[in-house]
Design a protein around this ligand. Structure first.
Ligand code: DO4
Ligand code: MG
Length: 295
């Protein structure tokens, strides 16, 4: 069972459940958190509540593909983990010119007890399906980072899973790791969606298949797949470090790090179409836009 938001006529957001057979049921809740809280008040899980509610509702007479999807949750904050996969560690060593001789900061954090966790985005900087992600004007080496996202409550409980794009500037981070916030945070540098897969419907979160495809002028210029089974850490371990002495909000999203990095000679260009697909969650599609001049 997945939860989406879409824009109905006349322009109001609707929360809906998508069943495994892709039927869509508009829900009587304003957002995902209201669904979770209603279930909690009734001493039920979100899935138990949805099963009851859906039995008295009619599915929508439209297909998933026809809907104008919105960001599935307006996450007050998005945090992200880094170097949780070998692929990310190796790419970072390459872009920073490290990796020869002594241990780099990336080698160290990959092995350390404490994971890398950084602040990634706010609701205003985060976009949903089919909204543009922007490039930075001062970077010439930019890539999407396809990541599994955990949707958390204020206690760090994993309520659901979503797909995320941790847009990254490899030349800025490669120049100096202290530039990380600038390599990670700018206008529309984070995208999440298209749905939230209820955590209780996921048997094993280390079996998500993640794929990334990038199209340029209609031609596929990049494709790669990996699985969350290659993650060095456990999801609960990442969450426990996030919430250590750090109160979070209901609906916070934690991106769990990238397992896919395009080749070193690849950089995003205006007009590229990025597709991030995660099994059981769906495909998050965004177009790349040139930076907006300051005003
Ligand atoms: O170390 C910098 C960021 C790493 C990251 O974003 C990732 O591994 O996904
Ligand atoms: Mg990342």
């Amino acid at each position: 069972m997945r939860i989406i938001r879409f824009l109905s006529d006349p322009y109001s957001p609707v929360l809906a459940a998508v069943t495994d057979d892709r039927r869509i049921y508009p829900l009587p809740y304003t957002d995902f958190l209201e669904l979770v809280r209603t279930a909690e008040r009734r001493g039920e899980t979100p899935l138990m509540l949805l099963r009851q509610v859906l039995s008295s509702l009619e599915p929508l007479n439209r297909s998933y593909e026809e809907l104008a999807l919105l960001v599935p949750i307006e996450a007050p904050e998005v945090w992200a983990c880094g170097v949780t996969y070998e692929r990310s560690r190796d790419a970072r060593n390459a872009e920073s010119g490290g990796g020869e001789g002594g241990m780099t900061c990336y080698d160290k954090v990959y092995e350390a007890e404490r994971p890398e966790i950084f602040f990634k985005s706010t609701a205003a900087r985060t976009v949903g399906p089919h909204q543009p992600v922007y490039l930075r004007s001062d970077s010439s080496w930019q890539v999407p980072e396809p990541e599994l996202g955990l949707v958390l409550d204020r206690n760090g409980r994993i309520l659901g899973y979503t797909a995320g794009n941790d847009m990254s500037s490899r030349d800025i981070e490669g120049e100096n790791p202290l530039y990380l916030p600038q390599a990670k945070i700018w206008r529309h540098s984070c995208s999440i969606g298209p749905s939230i897969r209820l955590a209780e419907t996921v048997e094993d979160p280390y079996r998500f298949e993640i794929s990334c495809r990038i199209y340029r002028g209609g031609r596929k210029v990049f494709e790669e797949s990996a699985t969350t089974g290659r993650m060095k850490r456990k999801m609960e371990e990442l969450v426990s470090f996030l919430i250590r002495d750090n109160p979070i909000f209901d609906g916070t999203v934690l991106l769990t790090g990238t397992c896919i990095v395009p080749p070193d000679n690849f950089t995003l260009r205006e007009g590229d179409r990025i597709e991030i697909e995660i099994s059981g969650i769906g495909t998050l599609i965004n177009y790349v836009k040139a930076p907006v001049p300051q005003y």
